[in-house]
Design a protein around this ligand. Structure first.
Ligand code: PHE
Length: 344
């Protein structure tokens, strides 16, 4: 595990917050603001230590810098993390108190960082943070989940096309059926995809029985034979062990920070004959929807966000082909280029 000084060394800013009255512990990481002020979701989950939470926030903040750059948005990368514990998980009132305390922490940063939903933080939690600050976006009714799902779906389509296949009739395993994976499973089912789902929470079995989908045990997610895998829960999924066991040809999902060891994992995936579409390109739907000014007559924002993701993934695939790089490396190159030339 990296120590705090090493983690801070990757960042422009690392902010630790504590509220002793309600037991809030939170981390806000700011990665790169050359393109604009930092934006990024806030996640709520348990961590072994504050250092582990800071490490997570820093990697996720870097992903946000890449995400905004690659999709051409004028923002920088940031991420918030609220450490969940047993008391917070059991007591909704206490959790809401912590969310409001977190909102006051955002205020203390002077309006520099604005945040929104992420793993463990839905529009319902965003609404609580908004009771004390306007620095939270993605409130109830904002369609962030469906927009991200639509972006993932369009990337799956582009990935299959790259492999000479059509989306309809393929099998896709969706890992995690929360605010993104749930709508994704529905959208794919409507398009004639054979959808499999996996989620340790009861929502997994409920969705499987509602839509008549195959439910896969969490232990089998990385070894089940399917055409594509769409991870839509937490990250740090692909290392040499999981990559070795994969029985799919395409990976494209909404989870942030999917690769363990970044470029090396991308190379291993390519060597195994798996087309890996970079997470920070695939999952940009909410970032686009929540931060871009999407105006185009009568078209729904979700459709406009999806179109932006489609254009970016096509550009990334074209660049990968041109430079004989993996799509991951091509996307990192594009993002780094734009981080160095903020006007683009
Ligand atoms: N947390 C989501 C993401 O990683 C959505 C989000 C984007 C939230 C931008 C706030 C700001 O993309």
């Amino acid at each position: 595990m990296a120590d705090l000084s090493e983690i801070a060394g990757r960042l422009e800013g690392l902010h630790l917050f504590q509220d002793r009255t309600c037991g809030l512990q939170a981390v806000i990481a700011v990665h790169d603001t050359r393109r604009g002020p930092p934006r990024g979701g806030t996640r709520l989950r348990t961590y072994e230590s504050l250092a582990e939470a800071a490490d997570d926030a820093s990697r996720l903040a870097q992903g946000m810098s890449y995400k905004f750059a690659v999709h051409g948005l004028p923002y920088g990368g940031g991420k918030g993390v609220i450490l969940q514990d047993e008391a917070g998980a059991k007591d909704r009132g206490l959790l809401e108190e912590r969310l409001r305390a977190y909102g006051r922490c955002l205020e203390r940063l002077g309006g520099h960082f604005a945040t929104g939903p992420d793993y463990g933080v839905t529009s319902r939690e965003v609404d609580v943070i908004r009771e004390v600050t306007t620095l939270a976006i993605g409130e109830h009714g904002s369609q962030a989940g469906p927009a991200t799902a639509a972006g993932v779906r369009t990337c799956l389509e582009a990935g299959f096309r790259q492999l000479g296949l059509e989306l309809t009739g393929r099998s896709v395993l969706v890992q995690g059926v929360g605010t993104v994976g749930g709508p994704l499973a529905r959208q794919l089912t409507e398009r004639g995809v054979r959808v499999l789902v996996s989620d340790p929470a009861p929502a997994g079995a409920a969705l499987a029985s509602e839509l008549g989908l195959q439910l896969v045990s969490p232990d089998d997610v990385f070894t089940t034979p399917v055409d594509a895998l769409a991870p839509c829960a937490t990250g740090e999924l692909f290392d040499s062990a999981t990559i070795d066991g994969l029985q799919c040809r395409l990976v494209a999902g909404a989870a942030n920070d999917q690769l363990v060891g970044a470029g090396r994992a991308a190379d291993l995936l390519a060597a195994r004959g798996v087309l890996y579409l970079p997470d920070f390109v695939v999952n940009g739907g909410a970032a686009v929807l929540l931060t871009a000014r999407l105006e185009s007559g009568s078209e729904p924002e979700v459709v406009l966000a999806e179109r932006r993701i489609k254009a970016t993934i096509q550009a990334v695939l074209a660049r990968a082909e041109r430079d004989s790089r993996t799509p991951y490396q091509a996307a990192v190159d594009l993002a780094e280029e734009r981080l160095g030339a903020p006007g683009q």
